[in-house]
Design a protein around this ligand. Sequence first.
Ligand code: SF4
Length: 99
Amino acid sequence: MAERIKRRSVLAGAGGAIVANALTSAFVTAEDASKVRQRAAIYIPQAPVGRQCSACRLFLPARTSQPAQCLVVEGPVVASGGCVLWEPRVGSLTGGGQP
Ligand code: SF4
């Protein structure tokens, strides 16, 4: 009996872990799927001044716990990077041209 309960507990625990992993994977995949791939956005790590991620309204600066991110382009980006989806920050005086 004790063996049966123990086995059931282990299986339930393993099932929970599998479900948790599946949910985590689904979340990460869904988040990545909602963003444009860097290649499709023609992202480059060194864009011309005035067209860089740091001057884009879609840029999320790096924090201690995570690298810089973009709201629409997948993966980490850098402040000096840029892509064809660049949009000026509100109040920015720069603009025009391609990265
Ligand atoms: S849209 Fe392009 S330029 Fe703007 S932050 Fe994202 S990767 Fe950088």
